[in-house]
Every structure is written in structure tokens, then in C-alpha cells.
Design a protein around this ligand. Structure first.
Ligand code: ADP
Ligand code: MG
Length: 235
């Protein structure tokens, strides 16, 4: 049997209290096998980011459990969660969150400095096809290149899991496909489990598993037996 990256049971998140309470997650159950590409689809406000933030160790649950391998994230202390994020997790967001005053290499080095088992910043940039751009500042790079720097930064610590929250949301479809290619390569070369939240449903065609979210819960899970290459996806 395939090992699980995550086992999630009854995961619940309520923001606020009383009549202003928002039920962001209403008891989510999920098994996520290690090494898969998972695409999460669903309307805005359905709880996708909340799920990623909790299992990525950025936010805490109100109820339920989430196991990473055999560690229960929902009972960890802040310090343990920080260790977990630092050792195991990479995040990529829609807006690249690069430091404008640092070069591509220096942006990646921000992470490798605090990591236990980093790869060289140059190697991470090479993996995303930006070896020649290491000394450029974000303002000298296109949107797609900036996102690839953000991916290099996220993978430089050799994470077990990469969480990508709308990574192609600010990109045109050609550039978006190039970014998806990089994610697929990272999945294959580093064996990382990769979550991709997106509004572009076609992205599901490159996934091992497509999870449809609605109203704080999982509506449908599709195992994709006929994966396409990123270059063959159209949206
Ligand atoms: P999605 O990523 O699917 O668009 P989110 O997980 O961001 O959805 O949000 C789910 C629900 O939780 C939404 O109603 C949103 O407004 C609410 N929410 C998210 N974060 C917070 C927060 N920090 N405080 C209050 N409500 C929040
Ligand atoms: Mg979101």
C-alpha cells in the first residue's frame, strides 16, 4: 500500500464566534498518498486555502485531526509546527512575495540559510530553468520568471510537500503552463507531494488526484488515470 502524506479526519475550522462565525471547514476527511500531484478545485470561499494553511502548519484547526505521516499536526505546539514547516514544507502563492531589493539568488538564500538540508541556491534556480537569471532583481524578471524564483525558494530546502495556492492565477496560460512544468519536474525529481489550488479546472488533467471543494467540504475526489503533460493542457 502507498504511504500516506496526510490523513485528515473531521477537520473543522471556524473563524470568529457567535452570529459572525464563519465555518471555513466543516469536517474534512481526506487521505493523501505521498508523492502525488493533487489539484484542488472549488468556488472562492469554499475553504481551499484554509485547508492548505492548516495542513501546512500556518494555521490551527478548531476541531478534528490532521496527520502528516505519523505526526498529529493538530496537537503540535507552535515550536513543533515551526520545525515542521521549516523541515518539510514549501509554499508558493499567487503573488510571488519576493524581496524586491534582493536578487533571485539572494531571495532563495533567505530560505537555505535557515534550512537543515538545503540545496545550493544555484541548483534550485537551475531546477526551475533560471540559472542564467540568478543575479537579476525581481523587477528585471517577468511574472512567470518571478514565480519560478518563488518555486526555487520553496524547493531549495528540499521539502516533502509543496503547497501552491493559485500559483498560475496571475499568469497568462502559456506562462502558467511553464510554471506547471516546473512543478511537475519538482514532483518527479524530488518526489515531493504537491498541492495546487487553482481556478483553471484544466490543470486537473496533470494531477494524480483532483479534489472538488464546496462550502467547506470535499464534494468529489477523482483519481486521474490518464495524466497529461503540462504542455498538453489548455485553458
Ligand atoms: P478559498 O481559498 O476556497 O477561496 P478560504 O479558505 O480562503 O477559501 O476561505 C473560506 C472561508 O473562510 C471564507 O468565507 C473566508 O472569508 C473565511 N476566512 C478565511 N480566512 C479567514 C480569516 N482569517 N478570518 C475570518 N474568516 C476567514
Ligand atoms: Mg484561497
Amino acid at each position: 500500500m502507498t504511504k500516506l502524506a496526510y490523513k485528515i479526519r473531521g477537520l473543522t475550522k471556524v473563524y470568529g464566534e457567535g452570529h459572525s462565525a464563519v465555518h471555513a471547514l466543516r469536517g474534512v476527511d481526506l487521505d493523501i498518498p505521498q508523492g502525488e500531484i493533487i489539484v484542488l478545485l472549488g468556488p472562492s470561499g469554499s475553504g481551499k486555502s484554509t485547508l492548505l494553511n492548516i495542513i501546512g502548519g500556518l494555521d490551527s484547526a478548531t476541531d478534528g485531526e490532521a496527520f502528516f505521516q505519523d505526526q498529529n499536526l493538530t496537537t503540535m505546539t507552535e515550536k513543533q509546527l515551526t520545525q515542521y514547516r521549516r523541515r518539510q514544507i514549501g509554499f508558493v502563492f499567487q503573488f510571488y512575495n519576493l524581496m524586491p531589493s534582493l536578487t533571485a539568488r539572494e531571495n532563495v538564500e533567505l530560505v537555505t540559510e535557515i534550512s537543515d538540508t538545503p540545496m545550493e541556491a544555484a541548483k534550485a534556480l537551475e531546477l526551475v530553468g533560471l540559472k542564467e537569471r540568478a543575479d537579476h532583481f525581481p523587477s528585471q524578471l517577468s511574472g512567470g520568471e518571478q514565480q519560478r524564483v518563488a518555486i526555487a525558494r520553496a524547493i531549495a530546502k528540499q521539502p516533502s510537500v509543496l503547497f501552491c495556492d493559485e500559483p498560475t492565477g496571475a499568469l497568462d496560460s502559456v506562462t502558467g503552463r511553464a510554471v506547471l512544468r516546473v512543478l511537475k519536474d519538482v514532483n518527479q525529481n524530488l518526489g515531493a507531494t504537491i498541492f495546487i489550488v487553482t481556478h483553471a479546472a484544466a490543470t486537473g488533467q496533470m494531477a494524480d488526484r483532483i479534489i472538488h471543494f464546496a462550502d467547506g467540504g470535499v464534494r468529489k475526489i477523482i483519481e486521474n488515470k490518464t495524466k497529461l503533460e503540462p504542455e498538453d493542457i489548455h485553458w
